[in-house]
Design a protein around this ligand. Sequence first.
Ligand code: FMN
Length: 360
Amino acid sequence: MPLLTDPLTLGTGSILQNRFALAPLTNQQSNDDGTASEHDLHWFEQLAAGGYSILTTAAANVQPNGKSFAGQLGVYDDRHIPGLSAMAEIAHRHGALASVQLHHGGAFARQDLIGSEALVGPSDDEDTGARALTLPEVEQLRDDFIAAATRAQRAGFDGVELHGAFGFILAAFLLPETNRRTDHYGGNPEGRSRLLREIIEGIRAGCGPDFHIGLRLALSGQNPHLPEVRDMVAGFLERDLVDYLDLVVRSLDTRVEVGIHSGELLVDLFTDLTRGSTLVGVSGDIMSAAGAQRALDHGSDFVFVASGAVVHHDFPQRVLADQAYETPRPPLPASFFRDQGRSPAFIDYLEESLGFVEAH
Ligand SMILES: Cc1cc2nc3c(=O)[nH]c(=O)nc-3n(C[C@H](O)[C@H](O)[C@H](O)COP(=O)(O)O)c2cc1C
């Protein structure tokens, strides 16, 4: 079994010094125009010093109308480059690789943050009022994901992670319920995953073989389309389409609840797939040394630390120093987060949206 301290090589040839990746963590600290703030840089510096081999930025929107969080980091304009460059430099100074998470909120963008622009998605959505993108708009979305990747590269990042999870636009294109398009970006699984594939191909063509591409997908044991998701992932792995997958599960113990795989461990269903050079990472309740090692024992190549990093930004170093280490479990007192240098905006977000902070 691999150990958490073992290095790994990405398909690009870049080396991950250990098995800890920082998961994307929205922290609502960026300036209103999407440029990185001093708080962003301070938080990234804390994380980078914590021992991860690869750091992912918070979800960064690739178009203004994809903005889904106040204080969201942007990557849709060259004015974002200086702040992003500072973040890449921080990661590299600490010996880590760095990815920008490329995001568009789609129907879950926030109208109060995108002004007069329309909420959009693959198809009309009665619940949110989002309207279907026209064909030229889908092509523009694809091109803007690719342009955001080349911008990240110009800023000094080693690669990008595509946000294909949690119902945001790339995830919405994959699902038949949210993608009812009748053009070649809808229909069968091949059509629904076309946008994602074209983005990946465009980034490869624009950024070259040394620039890594990761893909985040969220897996649910209750998803009736799980066999289709598994087939898609198998196809991606067969063709080494991306350099890594970041698979989000609720926990390593989550089991499939519907369909032909009922009762099986969700993670195993994906880590058992034959793979070539694509690395597979798992995100979900990695909050202890034992939990991180268990993910590797279940066939994951590396782990994405999220809540664990919010609690202790130096999660990897703590794990490596103590095999019995576990993070305290939120909710925790606001003073706990303040003492560790989290900004007021970040603490508000942790309190209001995520329940990480104890009621006073
Ligand atoms: C504060 C916070 C911010 C998050 N921001 C993002 C984000 O920007 N993009 C994303 O894909 N997931 C985001 N997530 C989800 C995490 O990356 C992770 O997949 C999820 O929390 C499960 O891992 P955990 O149980 O270890 O927290 C966020 C989670 C937290 C707690």
